[in-house]
Design a protein around this ligand. Structure first.
Ligand code: GLU
Length: 303
């Protein structure tokens, strides 16, 4: 019999990858996720998403944590590192294999150019190896068979979302050729293990959510609530990201950065708050946070 897990009322998280220092866009996400947790009397956890060791930059995890502390963020418990969670990802993948959701794929990266692409221009695997019954071999990729699943969920900011997995993602990768576990698997296993009830993150991950809900259902995990936030674009119209070397947030201007993040999230803090102490910014933010004022666009530049 399936055992229902009992969850606490609100547990949120912030899950940066240590591939670079925090930029303004990361602070926006952290502010939104932290304020949602605080104002709902919940916990807020920090998880360092270093499952993809090829993208880590040494020392970035401690820099990120220091930047969060300097901005007055306070988290519950120890920071979790994904590189310490490999056994849990292996167990989840074994479980999915036992349930016949996974298959081995020997297609090469070169062949990717022949696959269809989704609305974001990402290749969608057309299931070439799905029925080949390949045995696991060195150099094979492990993929999740999504069949014709259609996942719908209600995002707290953007409303009802419908995700046709075969068209948008195809049979996506759970374990890469080099043995590394994929983000989609790691995030689902960790959100469950940490008993996350509410995921608040950038809208660039809205299209990953259908895949994650599909995995949660396949693993019998409860599905958390999701709220996505608009992402910040640079002057070229590209999302600020650690990989495209977005400028780190400036030290010693924490209150100003927090106020800019609050404005980006539609909260309209008074001008003088940018010159106040970090604690005062948080006091204002906690008592004035109104998620219904978060803009409904998915991305925007910010002066
Ligand atoms: N690690 C991801 C990032 O830094 C966030 C993943 C998530 O919040 O699910 O963009």
């Amino acid at each position: 019999m399936k055992q229902e897990k009992i969850r606490i009322r609100y547990c949120g998280r912030f899950a940066p990858s240590p591939s670079g220092p925090l930029h303004f866009g990361s602070i926006v996400t952290a502010v939104g996720s932290f304020l949602e947790a605080c104002t709902q009397g919940g916990k807020w956890l920090v998880r360092i998403e270093d499952v993809d060791v090829t993208r880590i930059r040494p020392g970035m995890d401690s820099l990120i944590l220091r930047t969060l502390e300097n901005h007055g963020f306070v988290w519950t418990g120890e920071v979790v590192y994904q590189h310490c969670r490999i056994e849990a990802y292996r167990a989840a993948l074994d479980d999915l294999c036992a349930r016949k959701h996974v298959y081995e794929c020997l297609c090469s990266r070169k062949e990717m150019g022949l696959w269809p692409v989704n609305s974001e221009g990402e290749p969608v695997y057309p299931g070439i190896c799905r029925h080949k019954g390949l045995n696991s071999a060195a150099g094979s990729t492990r993929r999740l068979n999504v069949q014709d699943a259609v996942i719908s969920f209600c995002d707290a900011t953007y409303g009802i979302q419908v995700s046709e997995l075969a068209r948008e993602a195809g049979d996506f990768v759970l374990q890469r050729k080099d043995g590394l576990y994929a983000y989609q698997l790691a995030v689902v296993v960790d959100d469950d293990w940490q008993q996350i009830t509410h995921v608040v993150r950038g809208s660039d991950l809205l299209t990953s959510t259908g895949r994650q809900i599909f995995l949660q259902k396949a693993l019998d995990f409860p599905v958390p609530a999701y709220r996505h936030l608009p992402v910040v674009l640079n002057s070229f119209g590209k999302k600020l990201s650690k990989q495209n070397l977005a400028q780190p947030v400036e030290p010693k201007r924490e209150s100003q950065t927090l106020c800019r993040a609050l404005s980006f999230l539609g909260q309209d803090p008074p001008d003088e708050l940018g010159r106040a102490r970090v604690e005062d910014v948080w006091t204002w933010a906690r008592s004035n946070w109104n998620p219904s004022r978060i803009p409904l666009y998915k991305q925007a530049r910010f002066p």
